[in-house]
Design a protein around this ligand. Structure first.
Ligand code: KG4
Ligand code: ZN
Length: 345
């Protein structure tokens, strides 16, 4: 039964290769979380093919939404608002979700909320940690973004550092492809690294001159690729678990050291992580350990809420709902949407 004071938001996510819908109560309680992954199809091509992604979103979105409502035990009429990822992401993929949400909003006469995908990733923490409140430092690590932020309040993000080249997830995916683990690389490197020695090969940790909180992964990626090419040329066998563990060791060290230094310098005692790479077991363990050492609280979402899902989109929409900040039917997909950019009144 739905109580009058409760707010139910139907979230829709289609920015990359997952078609997802979810019903979330009061911004933190997930009643359903349906994710239709296209990974098997894109794996054939070694990465996401935008045209295929858009087409599959079109085919799946209605069924995914129906399932999300059915699993939550509610109908469209019970929803208080529709929330959708408006950007950033693949334009054709985003358009499917945005058009669907606009059509539903119009047909049902329900408010529409535009959500920034990365703010969604951050909000996943509110699902997994009901007590978490800003301010805190958040490391956002996904396939397209590596940002070190201060989350001042539910909707204000101050970017302290960012990757100047590859995103952390992108580096994982490229290295995985080079060692023959295939797509998607992150989870495969994570798994392979468990059988490897993180100190077997010494790869360099990149630094950005005069910008202590920025990240750079292109030098590391090149070092791994050079190592693999050299080994192939001399006919040496590559120890994939050692390469995976040694690469991951450098990435994790670079992410954890900057995050902890940022929390120390800016005087925060709460540290959170968000995005697909925050599902990484070595990163979670290292960040937890570093936070324990410093006496900081450490937060990261359950693995299912780290990678793309619609529950995080509905959770991120809740403060906008309370503030009455709604989008209208002129809403468009914003493939390059900036963090903190608000769409709607
Ligand atoms: O946040 P996400 O699902 O999508 C984007 O918004 O980009 O992140 C996807 C990225 C991919 O690069 C994927 O390889 C990486 O997250 N990833 C991981 C793990 N699971 C997903 N990276 C490292 N370890 C993992 N366990
Ligand atoms: Zn994502």
């Amino acid at each position: 039964m739905k109580e009058e004071k409760d707010v139910y938001i139907l979230g829709i996510e289609s920015s990359c290769d997952e078609t997802a819908a979810s019903v979330v109560k009061n911004g933190r309680e997930v009643l359903s979380n349906i994710i239709s992954s296209q990974i098997d199809i894109h794996t054939v091509y070694g990465g996401v093919v935008p045209e295929i992604a858009s087409r599959l979103h079109c085919e799946n979105i209605n069924g995914v939404i129906r399932l999300a409502l059915r699993e939550a035990g509610f109908g469209f009429d019970d929803m208080d608002a529709l929330a959708v990822t408006a950007g950033p992401g693949l334009v054709g993929a985003l358009l499917v979700g945005v058009s669907e949400a606009k059509a539903l909003s119009y047909a049902l006469g329900k408010p529409l909320i535009a959500v920034h995908h990365i703010e969604g990733h951050v909000a996943a923490n509110y699902i997994s940690h009901k007590e978490l409140m800003p301010p805190y430092v958040c490391l956002i690590v996904s396939g397209g973004h590596t940002h070190l932020c201060i989350v001042r309040d539910m909707e204000t993000y101050e970017i302290i550092g960012r990757s100047v080249d590859d995103a952390a997830g992108e580096a994982y995916d490229k290295v995985a492809r080079a060692v023959g683990l295939g797509y998607p690389g992150g989870p495969k490197i994570d798994r392979a690294a468990k059988d490897g020695d993180p100190l077997a090969i010494s790869f360099p940790e990149g630094e950005v001159d005069g910008r202590p909180y920025d990240f750079t992964f292109s030098g590391l990626k090149s070092a791994v690729l050079n190592y693999i090419n050299r080994a192939r040329m001399t006919g040496e066998e590559i120890n994939v678990p050692d390469v995976a563990a040694s690469f991951q060791h450098v990435v994790v060290d670079s992410l954890v050291s900057r995050t902890i230094a940022c929390a120390r310098e800016y005087g925060f005692r709460k540290v959170a992580m968000a995005g697909g790479v925050s599902a990484n077991t070595a990163l979670r363990a290292a960040m937890q350990e570093a936070c324990d050492r410093e006496g900081f609280e450490c937060y990261y979402p359950e693995p299912i809420y780290c990678t793309d899902n619609a529950a995080m989109i509905a959770a991120a929409a809740y403060p906008s709902f309370l503030a009455g900040r709604f989008a209208d039917l002129s809403l468009n997909a914003e493939p390059n949407m900036k963090l903190g950019m608000k769409l709607g009144a």
